[in-house]
Design a protein around this ligand. Structure first.
Ligand code: SDX
Length: 437
């Protein structure tokens, strides 16, 4: 099957030539990025499926939320460049923007923050969930379980067809994720849970719930709170990545929003995705010193060695991940603030990046540092253990998941997602009794 493109100004179409017959497929043009060939009628017209494992050339939906230009290293949230939002905005403002499509007015922003603040506590009975986990359970295992269980407590925000219930579920998810995450951390270190404080900002409140203890006053360092807020902005959304696609697919069946977010958390956990920040720091610690870098670069280039440079490469970015630049800057700020400005791990990271960016293998394959390369060092300097890194990613990405889920539910053309396959298994055969096998 070959696809020949015949562009006609009035109506761009692609023609599929198959078995001597030509089938026209409309080409749709977005506001930014590649055009798409609409193949919705391909199977009924030609009896053929398309085949694209990993979806390297497949657009799964239409969206107005986030745009990425992988070749230019551009990331826009509702049209606003990520560096402007991260440098000049706040995470709560980015949440409003992703959910509603516009930056809030002062009054809208005040109302939104007040709404979120009023939902930061979790049902008191949820605290009992944690005691059912081993103390050494990975916090992502706890997050998958506890977030999914929210649907057992908040029955008044499960009807996805009721806009008000959708809004309440969205607010509760965004408001409660830091609380649930902080409780998972406290439980893992055997300390009592710290309740949210309504007079603190979103990120400062999260740091307080993680690092305060009941027996003394805890003052959140504003430099660290600002860094946390910026890290949340950087991780908030990223188009149709694996976990967002998981949330969309789960939501397309009509599953309640808490269950969909729990599915997204499960997918994010993977080391090829959100788990890469944890894996990247572990890798840097394993390398340990600058003189051992060449050995690991050699392994990363060896196709027979499963080792990959964690925090490097990206399905979409074939240029520097714009978030990685801001994360590197934030990393230096945090390390300076906590007095680890010359952390040997940072020196290893900087030298590894320098070597890799000048190595033909990485240049040819367009492998650049991604957001996870520097985030691990930064989060460790903020005081988090490695196994909490992906949990922090999940807190930030919750607003992206919710915004994408909301967009899908509100799309009148939305249907249950149900991909087909290329079947290469056994053809039909008859059952053989065990005596005859
Ligand atoms: C995130 O999708 C998103 O937007 C995700 C994310 C988000 O915000 O949601 O941006 C967050 O997940 C960032 C990515 C974090 N993952 C890692 O850092 C893990 C290490 N990176 C790789 O596993 C890989 O680069 C992926 C998974 C990120 C991308 O995989 P692809 O697009 O399927 O690319 P690939 O694995 O086919 O790699 C292409 C080539 C291969 O070599 P060849 O088979 O062509 O010879 O590049 C090589 C790979 O072997 N390669 C690497 C490499 N990444 C790819 N070689 C060494 N080290 C690496 N890190």
């Amino acid at each position: 099957m070959s696809v020949a493109e015949s562009y006609r100004p009035e109506a761009a179409e692609a023609s599929v030539l198959l078995g001597g017959a030509s089938h026209d497929l409309p080409i749709r043009r977005g506001t930014l990025g590649p055009d798409v060939i609409d193949i919705a009628t391909l199977y009924q017209d030609t009896g053929h499926f398309t085949y694209d494992p990993g979806f390297t050339s497949t657009a799964s939906c239409e969206s107005k939320i986030t745009f990425i230009d992988g070749d230019k290293g551009v990331l826009l949230y509702r049209g606003y460049p990520i560096d402007q939002l991260a440098e000049r905005g706040e995470f709560m403002e980015t949440c409003y923007l992703l959910l509603y499509g516009e930056l809030p007015s002062r009054e809208q922003y005040q109302d939104f923050r007040k709404l979120i603040v009023m939902h930061t506590m979790v049902h008191e009975q949820m605290a009992r969930f944690y005691t059912s986990f081993r103390r050494d359970a990975h916090p992502m295992a706890v997050m998958v379980g506890v977030v999914g269980a929210l649907s057992a407590f908040y029955h008044d925000s499960l009807d996805i067809h009721d806009p008000e219930q959708r809004k309440m579920a969205s607010v509760r998810m965004i408001a409660k994720m830091p609380t649930i995450a902080a409780m998972a951390y406290k439980y893992s270190i055997g300390q009592p849970f710290i309740y949210p404080k309504n007079d603190l900002g979103y990120s400062a409140n999260f740091l307080n719930m993680c690092f305060a203890v009941p027996c003394e006053e805890y003052k959140v360092d504003p430099v660290l709170a600002r860094a946390m807020d910026r890290i949340f902005i950087l991780h908030a959304d990223h188009e149709q990545n694996a976990s967002t696609s998981t949330v969309r697919l789960a939501g397309s069946s009509g599953a309640n929003p808490f269950a969909c977010i729990s599915a997204g958390i499960a997918c994010l956990w993977g080391p090829a995705h959100g788990g890469a920040n944890e894996a990247a720091l572990t890798m840097l610690q394993e390398i340990g010193s600058v003189d051992r870098i060449p050995e690991y670069i050699k392994r990363a280039k060896d196709r027979n060695d499963p080792f990959r440079l964690m925090g490097f490469g990206h399905r979409v970015y074939k240029n520097y991940d714009p978030r990685a630049r801001i994360m590197q800057k934030t990393c230096h700020e945090v390390l300076d603030a906590v007095g680890h400005g010359n952390d040997p791990i940072l020196q290893v990271a900087l030298e590894l990046e320098r070597i890799a960016l000048n190595d033909d293998y990485f240049i040819e394959k367009k492998l650049y540092p991604n957001i996870d390369f520097y985030s691990g060092i930064t989060l460790k300097a903020l005081g988090f253990p490695t196994d909490m890194f992906t949990v922090l990613f999940a807190i930030a990405r919750t607003v992206g998941w919710i915004a994408q889920w909301k967009e899908m539910i509100e799309d009148p053309l939305q249907r249950i997602g149900r991909p087909r396959q290329l079947y290469t298994g056994a053809t039909e055969r008859s059952y053989m009794p065990i005596e005859a096998r």
